[in-house]
Design a protein around this ligand. Structure first.
Ligand SMILES: *Cc1c(COP(=O)(O)O)cnc(C)c1O
Length: 373
């Protein structure tokens, strides 16, 4: 390792997790959610592993992410589902990026791009079944369907998907789940009545949490994200046999002996209780090690857990190594799958009062991703 820190990504674990999810999904197709740089794991290499593991499609939030996949040589179908006015729709269409729309305004903007480029826009229409985030409210759904059918008749779009998203799939038994399923069925029925459904139209609703708990919500395709990276979508129910793919390591940059009563890092929030050895770990909040980890999170160094001693700084934090014989250059494991006693991403998330998604997606661009096959 020639850098202060690196994120090691176990692509075999990604492939294995996707294969497991595909099995769980029964006969449904798998669209791997690889937004946000494949949840911080590195977009192109991780997406290739996702496809090798059995996904037949990829999903991104933004068009820029879909175009980055195309630039990286990925040829699988890609859906981009979060589109803002003025985005490069022509480029998306010429690169065969499938697009989502939840209102007539965007649908018309996409249709104009299709006319300009001579490409048929492959559209997934999104219904809001109760999350009140993206998606068309059911009251506006018939209007959206009608416009989509007009544009289909004109030959500028094709309707390839009808989809929605759960708000509370990670809270098994939450009353909104059954209500959303019912609303989704209603949306499908309306589409069918309008002539916008059919055997070639893909129905999709499930994120990772729904895949592992709601067989009735699998439909034609599922959209796992977090579970592909080996992180549990419902930690209270265990790990579902998934294997964490990312291991975050740093190398100690400086080791020094300090006296009892030494205040450590900004604000002196940690004071040594006796003469001890401090180690400088060269990764900080600019790299995604939340400042909130100060005095809370642990790392593995020299075979033992050590608390983050004092403030996490922009580029570094300190650990108190006592009298242990650690040296500059020695590896510190911030998190990994847990095999060697290191904390897991789940433990970091629990300690910091957040979800694993936030821990892995925040690892910054200064930290190289290094791939293991
Ligand atoms: C992020 C995302 C997913 C994947 O969610 P996970 O909870 O990580 O499995 C699926 N669908 C959409 C629309 C998303 O935005």
């Amino acid at each position: 390792m020639a850098t202060p820190a690196e994120a090691r990504v176990d692509l075999a674990a990604v492939r294995q997790n996707v294969a497991l999810l595909k099995e769980l999904a029964g006969g449904a197709e798998v669209m791997g959610a690889v937004k946000a740089d494949a949840y911080g794991h590195g977009l192109v290499p991780t997406s290739e592993a996702v496809l090798q593991g059995g996904a037949s499609r990829l999903g991104t939030a933004f068009i820029s992410e879909a175009l980055a996949l195309r630039a990286g040589g990925v040829t699988a179908p890609i859906l981009s589902w979060l589109i803002t006015p003025g985005e490069p729709l022509d480029e998306a269409l010429t690169h065969d990026v499938e697009l989502s729309a939840a209102d007539v305004r965007l649908l018309d903007e996409i249709a104009a791009a299709a006319r300009r480029t001579g490409r048929t826009a492959l559209m997934h229409l999104e219904a809001d079944t109760g999350m009140s985030r993206g998606g068309s409210p059911l009251a506006a759904w018939p209007r959206l369907l009608a416009r989509a059918l007009e544009l289909r008749a004109e030959g500028v779009i094709e309707i390839v998907g009808l989809w929605s998203h759960f708000a509370c799939a990670d809270i098994p038994g939450h009353p909104s789940i059954a209500r959303q399923l019912e609303a989704y069925e209603t949306a499908l029925k309306l589409a069918e009545q309008a002539g916008a459904a059919g055997s070639h139209v893909i129905r999709h609703l499930s994120n990772s949490a729904a895949i592992v708990t709601l067989p009735e919500a699998r439909y034609d395709l599922v959209r796992p994200g977090i579970a592909m990276y080996g992180l549990s979508p419902i930690p209270e129910l265990g790990d579902f046999g998934l294997r964490q793919a990312m291991t975050l390591v740093a190398r100690i940059g400086l080791v020094k002996r300090v006296a009892e009563g030494s205040g450590v890092s900004y604000g002196h929030l940690y004071t040594t209780e006796r003469e001890t050895t401090l180690g400088l770990v060269p990764i900080g909040y600019a790299d995604g090690i939340l400042r909130h980890a100060t005095g809370r999170a642990e790392v593995l160094a020299g075979g033992r857990r050590r608390l983050v001693a004092g403030r996490v700084c922009m580029d570094q934090f300190m650990i108190d190594m006592g009298d242990d014989p650690l040296a500059a250059g020695d590896e510190v494991v911030l998190f990994g799958p847990g095999d060697g006693g290191e904390p897991t991403v789940q433990e970091w998330a629990d300690t910091l009062g957040t979800i694993t998604h936030e821990i892995v997606t925040r690892i910054g661009s200064r930290v190289p991703r290094v791939y293991g096959q």
